[in-house]
Design a protein around this ligand. Sequence first.
Ligand code: DC
Length: 221
Amino acid sequence: MKPRIAIDGPAGAGKSTVARAVARQLGLAYLDTGAMYRAITVAALRENIDLEDGDALGRLTRRLQLDIQSGEDNQNVIFLDGENVSEAIRLPVVSRGVSYVARCPEVRDVMVDKQRQIGARGGTVMDGRDIGTNVMPDAEYKFYLTASLGERARRRLAELTAKGETLELPQMISEISARDKIDSERECAPLKAADDAIHIDTTEMTTEEVISTIVHTVNGQ
Ligand code: DC
């Protein structure tokens, strides 16, 4: 079976870009699990569901049809009841709400089931918060990416500015640290490095350096 690779870490550590490139270079599939929680958040916001109402979020999640396909450049293309929501899931309003949705056990049960089914096929790079600890605890390789809060906020800001959003760095720093707090303090599968994960502090590294560190580790070089 081809290897399973778990890449976890806080928001803005560069997981998605790195995981996608690693998957491409190693000929593996890529799953962005954060995108799945974001898609549920899009639906919840559209239906005006209270993001603190776990029962309602659970019912919504069980009712929705969530499909993930591999698109251009190995990007995940996310369909919600047949509609492509790949752009909507990146809106700032979704980023602000998603941690509330992702901390809800009823939502996580459904998402984690789906992620495990995909992981069971092998040959997958998955990025998220609980992949090494909970979704694929027996993955062959586990990485935990971090970077300083300021650097993570700068990276997220650069992504959003490129899309025409106008946000200031102090606001981005406070949004990211609020998300980190909810993600790491929640009861259900919080953000946490697996005991056997390889830690990579990416603050001073280029994306290419992070990618090649992971690829070389997997290739045993
Ligand atoms: O990686 P991201 O920013 O797209 O993640 C969106 C949210 O989903 C974030 O608040 C953390 C949460 N998440 C999670 O709880 N578990 C995962 N496996 C992936 C993401």
